[in-house]
Ligand binder design. Structure first.
Ligand code: ATR
Length: 288
C-alpha cells in the first residue's frame, strides 16, 4: 500500500514506457517488504535540469537516468563519483537530505553491472583478449569495466571507425585498439580473442533476424559471446554462438546487475537479484 511514508525512486528518460526497471525494482521492494515504489518519469530532451530539481523538491530518494539524459544530467548534479566522471555518464542519482539542504549525487553502475553479469556468466576478464562491437554509449561503460577489471587487450570494432578511434584516444590506455567493423574483420579478430561483446543495436527487436556475425560461418568454440541486447533474450548472435559450441551470455544480466547496484546505493540493503531477473523476464514475456 502507498501511504504517507512511501519512499519514491524512478527512472528519467525519453521514452520510458518500455523500461523494465519499474517492474524489476518494485518486485525487489516487495520481496524485501520495503515501503518504496519505483515510477517511470518521462522527461523530454532539454528538461533534465528541471527534472532533477523536481525530484529533490518532491522528496525522491533517487532515480535512474537513461537515454537521452545520461550525459546531460551531469551538469545538474552537486557531485559525481570519479567512476561516473571517467565514464562520462551517470545512470543513477542518489538524493540525500541534511540540515544544510539536499544534494543530488551521480553514480554509474553500468560498468560494474556489466562485469558482475560477465562473472555470473562464468567468465573472468582478468588478462583476457576482448573484442567489442560498437563504440556508442553502451560500449563506453563496457570498456571502462573491462579495463578496470584487468582485461589484457580490448579491441573496439565499429561500423564508423572514427568513432572507435575517438573513444580509444580519449581513454588513452595502451591495451586499446580500434578497427572497422566488417564481417571479415570480426571473424579474424574473434580467432585471437576469448570474449566478444556486442554493444551495437544489431539484432534488437524488431530486427531480430540480424546479427553482426556472418551467416553460415561458425564462431570459434573457445569464445564467450556477451550480447547486451536483451529484447529478444536469445538474439540471433547468441543462437549462432550456441550452435558453434561457444558460451553465450544474454543482456538481461547486465540490466539486472546495474539495477542491483543502484538498489543498494538507494536502500543500503543487498538487492534480491534473482527476484529482479524473474520480474524482467515476466515483463519481457508479457510483450510489454
Ligand atoms: P548505445 O548508447 O546503445 O551504445 P549508440 O550510442 O547510438 O547507442 O550506439 C549504437 C552503436 O551501434 C554504434 O556503435 C553504432 O555504430 P555507428 O557508430 O557506426 O553508428 C552501432 N550500430 C547501429 N546499427 C548498426 C548496424 N546496422 N551495423 C553496425 N553497427 C551498428
Amino acid at each position: 500500500m502507498i501511504d504517507g511514508r512511501t519512499q519514491l525512486v524512478g527512472v528519467i528518460g525519453w521514452p520510458v514506457e518500455h523500461s523494465l526497471s519499474p517492474a524489476m525494482h518494485n518486485a525487489a521492494f516487495e520481496a524485501l517488504g520495503l515501503n518504496w515504489r519505483y515510477v517511470p518519469l518521462p522527461v523530454a530532451p532539454g528538461l533534465v535540469r528541471e527534472a532533477v530539481r523536481g525530484l529533490v523538491a518532491l522528496g525522491f530518494r533517487g532515480a535512474n537516468v537513461t537515454v537521452p539524459h545520461k550525459q546531460s544530467v551531469m551538469s545538474a548534479l552537486d557531485s559525481t563519483t570519479p567512476e561516473a566522471a571517467a565514464i562520462g555518464a551517470v545512470n543513477t542519482l542518489l538524493i540525500t537530505r541534511g540540515p544544510d539542504g539536499a544534494t543530488a549525487s551521480g553514480y554509474n553502475t553500468d560498468a560494474r553491472g556489466f562485469i558482475n553479469a560477465l562473472r555470473r556468466g562464468g567468465f573472468e576478464p582478468q588478462g583476457k583478449r576482448v573484442i567489442i562491437a560498437g563504440a556508442g554509449g553502451a560500449a563506453r561503460a563496457v570498456v571502462h569495466g573491462l579495463l578496470a577489471a584487468g582485461a589484457g587487450q580490448v579491441t573496439i570494432l565499429n561500423r564508423t571507425v572514427e568513432r572507435a578511434h575517438r573513444l580509444i584516444s580519449e581513454l588513452g590506455d595502451p591495451r586499446l585498439a580500434a578497427q572497422a567493423l566488417t564481417p571479415e574483420s570480426l571473424v579474424t579478430a574473434a580467432d585471437g580473442a576469448e570474449l566478444l561483446v556486442n554493444t551495437t543495436t544489431v539484432g534488437m527487436w524488431p530486427d531480430i533476424q540480424e546479427s553482426i556475425w556472418p551467416a553460415g560461418v561458425p564462431l570459434p568454440s573457445h569464445l564467450t559471446v556477451f550480447d547486451l541486447v536483451y529484447n529478444p533474450l536469445e538474439t540471433l548472435l547468441l543462437r549462432q554462438a550456441r550452435k558453434s559450441g561457444a558460451q553465450a551470455i544474454d543482456g538481461l544480466g547486465m540490466l539486472v546487475e546495474q539495477g542491483a547496484l543502484a538498489f543498494e546505493i538507494w536502500t543500503g540493503q543487498p538487492a534480491p537479484s534473482e527476484v529482479m531477473r524473474v520480474a524482467c523476464e515476466r515483463q519481457l514475456r508479457s510483450g510489454r
